[in-house]
Write a protein that binds this ligand. Sequence first.
Ligand SMILES: [Zn+2]
Length: 142
Amino acid sequence: MDNCPFCQIIQSNTTMIKSSDYSVAFLDINPIRPGHVLIVPKEHEPDFFNLPTHVLTDIMKLAKRIAKAQKLAFQPVKVGMLVAGFDVPHAHLHLIPMHDYHDITSKQLLEGKVYRAKQAELEENKCKLRDALQKIKIHSTI
Ligand SMILES: [Zn+2]
């Protein structure tokens, strides 16, 4: 896609760290921490969860290698993963060397709006998710 910044990065090859059969890893230009990497599919797709399973697998295999490299290179406490995609409409996985709990967080958490769910709510939501999974299983071959 011509006006997609990630498609342009894939074609220009200038900031690429590593590529695999279906995906490419490069540094985020707005890093949360040094060594913050994005892994994107080579094919343009806006929604991460619309990617075919073989592409998702490829991304995770590449993420595992990059995370090992990040641990070695940046000595983080953890390497965190995040899929959000509000900024660029090309599916991407953030891989962030985390030195602090708040290196991956949400606005709700920062604003103190995260609450402790009651057991009943957790049970209810668990049932909703299980029911949804059952419906998906009936209607699809995922
Ligand atoms: Zn793109």
